[in-house]
Design a protein around this ligand. Structure first.
Ligand code: MF3
Ligand code: CO
Ligand code: CO
Length: 275
C-alpha cells in the first residue's frame, strides 16, 4: 500500500521518505507558473539551436532567461552539477554537460531545463534538430514525442504507473526501439526529485496508483538500439551502450479530478520539431 499525504505549500518542501505528496490549489498555481516559465525558456532557445552554436552558449542563454523570469536554474549546484541545463547530443541519453563544442549539422540534441520559481519546480525537455537531420533520426524524435504524449494522455486518477510504462514501452518496441530503464520520471513540486519513480516500461496493473493532486514528470528516453546505458568518466553523461542514437521529451504534469494538467506546455505551441 503506497502512502499518500496531502501537503500544504510549506509541507511540500520536506522530504517524506517515499510518501507521495498530494498538492492543493496553491501548489498547482505554483507549479503552473514554474512550468510555464520552463516552457518559455525552451521556446526562446529555438532560433539559437543551429549549427556552430556551442552548448555552453545555450547554457548561458538558459541561465540568463531564467533569471530574467524571476527564477533560478535548479540544476546549478545540484549534486555537484555546475550548469543551468543538460544538453544531450545524439548517442547521449541524458545529463549531457554543456561545453564549448559547436553543434554540427545533422545533430539531434535534447535540452532539459528545470527552473525554480517561488520554490516550485518546472522541469521539461524537448528535442531540437540541428540543420538537416537524416530521416532515421527524425523518426526516432517523432516516436519519442509520441511516447511522452501516450503517457501524458493516460494520466488520471486510478491509472497505475505500470499502465503508463507498459503503453510507452509498447509504442517504442512496435517501432523496434529500446526503452531506457536506468532513468525515470519523478515526483516534483518544491522538491526536484521526489517519490514516486515514474518508469517508462513495465507491466499493466502494477505500480503506484495516480491520485488527484500528484505532481510528477514523464520523460521517456528511447534508443534506436537497445535500452542499455553507460555513464562516462565525468560522472554525469549517460550514453547508449551501443552508441546508437537516443531521444527524450519531458513534461511536468499535475493529476486533476479527471485527467491531468500539463504545466510545461509550450505557450507558443512549439511542442516538437520541426519548430
Ligand atoms: N532535469 C533532469 C530531470 O529531468 C535532471 C537533471 S539533474 C542534473 O530530472 F544535475 F543532471 F542537471
Ligand atoms: Co525530470
Ligand atoms: Co528534466
Amino acid at each position: 500500500m503506497d502512502q499518500y499525504i496531502s501537503v500544504t505549500p510549506q509541507e511540500a518542501a520536506t522530504p517524506r521518505d517515499g510518501a507521495i505528496k498530494l498538492h492543493g490549489e496553491e501548489g498547482f498555481a505554483g507549479m503552473r507558473r514554474a512550468g510555464r516559465a520552463a516552457a518559455e525558456v525552451l521556446d526562446a532557445l529555438i532560433p539559437h539551436v543551429v549549427p556552430g552554436v556551442t552548448t555552453g552558449e545555450l547554457d548561458d542563454l538558459v541561465r540568463t532567461h531564467m533569471i530574467a523570469l524571476g527564477g533560478v536554474p535548479a540544476t546549478l549546484g545540484y549534486r555537484g552539477f555546475t550548469h543551468s541545463c543538460c544538453t544531450s547530443i545524439n548517442q547521449v541519453v541524458c545529463h549531457g554537460i554543456p561545453n564549448d563544442k559547436p553543434l554540427k549539422d545533422g545533430d539531434i540534441v535534447n535540452i532539459d531545463v528545470t527552473i525554480i520559481i517561488d520554490g516550485w519546480h518546472g522541469d521539461t525537455s524537448r528535442m531540437f534538430l540541428v540543420g538537416d537531420v537524416p530521416l532515421k533520426a527524425r523518426k526516432l524524435v517523432d516516436v519519442t514525442y509520441e511516447c511522452l504524449m501516450i503517457g501524458v494522455n493516460m494520466a488520471r486518477p486510478g491509472v497505475q504507473l505500470g499502465d503508463i510504462g507498459a503503453a510507452i514501452q509498447k509504442h517504442a518496441e512496435a517501432n523496434r526501439y529500446g526503452v531506457v530503464r536506468d532513468f525515470c520520471g519523478h515526483g516534483l513540486g518544491r522538491l526536484f526529485h521526489d517519490a514516486p519513480e515514474v518508469v517508462h516500461a513495465g507491466r499493466p496493473g502494477t505500480g503506484v496508483e495516480l491520485r488527484e493532486g500528484m505532481c510528477l514528470t514523464i520523460e521517456p528516453m528511447i534508443n534506436i538500439g537497445k535500452g542499455g546505458v553507460k555513464i562516462l568518466d565525468d560522472g554525469w553523461t549517460a550514453v547508449t551502450r551501443d552508441r546508437k542514437l537516443s531521444a527524450q521529451f519531458e513534461h511536468s504534469i499535475g493529476i486533476t479530478a479527471d485527467g491531468c494538467e500539463i504545466f510545461t506546455e509550450s505557450p507558443k505551441g512549439l511542442h516538437n520539431p520541426p519548430y
